[in-house]
Design a protein. Sequence first.
Length: 368
Amino acid sequence: MPFQQSLGVIFGCAVFAAAFPAGGNRSTAQCRDIQIPVTVEVPRFLISTRIQDDWDAVALSFNLTQRNSPSAVTGTTGPVKSTYDVGATFCGNGSTTLILTHGILESKAYWQPDFPDAEQYDFISAAVDAGYSVLSYDRIGVGSSSKIDSLMDAQFQVHVAVLDALIERERSQRPENKIALVGHSYGAYLSAAAAALSDQIDGVVLMGFGGSFNYFGPFVAGSGLRVAKFRDEERWGSLDAGWLTTVDKYADTYIYFGMPGDFEHRAAEWTHTRASEPFAIGELPSLTSTPIVFGDIKTPVLLLQGRYDLSACGGDCVGELEAWTENLTGSPAVEVVEDLPAGHNINLHLVAPKAFGIMFDFLKRNGL
């Protein structure tokens, strides 16, 4: 069966998860850290890209930004069964659970920054204070989750299957709760794909999301990609060379932040020096090769954008998303906010409290 025609079968596969405590409580945010073993069984793309050093990383950047660049996907395998440990944090005791999925070059730390006086950027505490339960997790390969192969494991459809397992686990543990998916950047595409394939979802919020890949070029070029294990051996020395990171804090600022005055430099510095995580060379080709049937999303959807989002809109989102919402034919309610004074990482801009309020208002108006 062709891969594109088998997505319903792929993500309808048997997945299971269990959890056990893995850390101390954050009493101020009613949080506990957990490890969630997840088993998934999905086909994998065969990807021709190979990285050994920074010269290869530069060549990859050129290939990804070249006009009419050929796909690195050369075929698919049959279903491959794998088990991973997903590092997660559960907070709050509300009747609606928000499942948060972070983007590329990030971890779940994005949702709860830990630099001094960062309360205004703390989405998780804001959500708990607004009455929600929150499940944030590190996508496999980064942070507290299993370290994985950059080609065969770190693929879009594998990430979606992991998210689907987390959704099923949350539904089984708290069957009375409603569930909303909140995704940022790559995590927004994952959330949209999972929502299109699941009947367990009650709402979707997509941030840092453009609906297409037209503006990935500036993002890739501006990142100054380098092999992660050579940049920070202490943190990433055990990873294979197919895990890449940005060259410096100024590259992170260019790809993730907006206009001067809309963010604090210390937020950008924290993003690079503490919160940054590598991304894998299998993640982008598998995303661009996987169709998402947005019309199969049957829940209310909020598109929440910073106006100056580089990878989503080329640096000016106003007017970019309204036409795209026609793809959401199955959604009973669709709203677009695309003019917030922020770049890609909305949560780390000064407008973050307003953005959080917009999201919570949307969710509550739609029964969540």
